[in-house]
Write a protein that binds this ligand. Structure first.
Ligand code: FPP
Length: 253
C-alpha cells in the first residue's frame, strides 16, 4: 500500500529512491535533553527504527539500510555496548514475525563474527526465516565500517591475484563492488543523516559516490514517518546528473 503523500509526490513521474540509507544519530543527545540515561535514547531510537521500517514497506522503498552499530562504536563504554547489543537482539527477535508477514528480507552488512554469540544466533534465525522474501530488504549495518569493508575487499582480491584466479587488468569498479558487503545491491540513491551532523562517519563511502544527501536537525528518536515522507518528496525534486549534464538542459545527446 502506497501512502497518499507519496502518491501525490509521484505525480511528476519522478521515481522513489530504490535504496535509502540512514545514519541514525542523536539518541544520546535526545536522552541528555530529557535528563535521561543514554540507553533510554537508544530504546526510543529502536521505536523509530520500527516506525521507519513499516513506513518504508508501505511507501514501496526496496532497500532500507540502517547504520545501527559502527566498527568505532565498540569503543563506547562497555555498559552502552551491552545495552545496544541487547536492543539489537530484542529487535531481531520481536520483529521476526512482522518481517516475515510483510515479506521483508533481513540482511546484515558488517563484521558478523564480532557480534556476541547470542545476537549472532538470533540474527541467523531471522536471516534464514526471511531469506526468501522479495518485497523489501532491511539491511542492518552491524559492526560496519566502510574502511574495514574496503580493506576486506582488497584482501580478498589480493588473494585471488596471488592464486592467479585474477589478473590486475580484471580489477574493475564492478569487481570491487562485488567484494563489498553490499554485493549485488544497487548503491543508495539517498542517504539521510539525523541530528544535524554533516559527515558520513565511515558509512558506505564507496557506495555513496552519487548518493543524494539529506541532513536533518531532528534527533533520531524524534524522527517520524511524516518527516521521512517529506524527505522523499524533496529527493524527488532533485536533478541527479551523475556527473553528466541535466536531461532538461542537454540537447538530448
Ligand atoms: C547514534 O546515536 C546511534 C547509535 C550509535 C546506535 C543506533 C541504534 C539504534 C537506533 C537502536 C538500536 C538499533 C536497532 C536496529 C534496533 P548516538 O548515541 O551517537 O547519539 P549522540 O551523538 O547524540 O550521542
Amino acid at each position: 500500500m502506497r501512502s497518499n503523500l507519496i502518491q501525490e509526490a509521484s505525480d511528476d513521474q519522478k521515481t522513489l529512491p530504490a535504496h535509502v540509507a540512514i545514519i541514525m544519530d542523536g539518541n544520546g543527545r535526545w536522552a541528555k535533553k530529557k535528563l535521561m540515561n543514554r540507553v533510554r535514547g537508544h530504546e526510543q531510537g529502536s521505536e523509530t527504527v520500527r516506525a521507519i521500517v513499516t513506513a518504508s514497506r508501505e511507501i514501496g522503498i526496496k532497500i532500507l539500510t540502517l547504520y545501527a552499530f559502527s566498527t568505532e562504536n565498540w569503543a563506547r563504554p562497555e555498559s552502552e555496548v551491552k545495552a545496544l547489543m541487547a536492543l539489537l537482539k530484542k529487535f531481531i527477535v520481536a520483529e521476526r514475525d512482522d518481517l516475515q508477514k510483510n515479506k521483508i528480507r533481513l540482511n546484515m552488512i558488517g563484521q558478523r563474527d564480532k557480534l556476541p554469540p547470542d545476537v549472532r544466533q538470533e540474527l541467523d534465525k531471522t536471516l534464514e526465516l526471511t531469506g526468501g522474501n522479495e518485497e523489501m530488504i532491511l539491511n542492518l549495518a552491524l559492526s560496519y565500517g566502510s574502511r574495514e569493508e574496503l580493506t576486506r575487499a582488497v584482501r580478498k582480491i589480493a588473494a585471488k591475484l596471488a592464486s592467479k584466479q585474477l589478473s590486475p587488468g580484471e580489477i574493475t569498479e564492478d569487481l570491487i563492488s562485488a567484494h563489498l558487503y553490499t554485493s549485488g545491491m544497487p548503491d543508495p540513491d539517498l542517504i539521510i543523516r539525523t541530528s544535524g551532523e554533516y559527515r558520513l562517519s565511515n558509512f558506505l563511502l564507496w557506495q555513496a559516490a552519487y548518493s543524494e544527501l539529506y541532513i536533518t536537525d531532528t534527533l533520531w528518536p524524534d524522527f517520524t514517518k511524516e518527516e521521512f515522507v517529506e524527505i522523499l518528496k524533496n529527493y524527488q525534486t532533485r536533478d541527479r546528473r551523475f556527473g553528466k549534464v541535466s536531461c532538461s538542459t542537454s540537447n538530448g545527446g
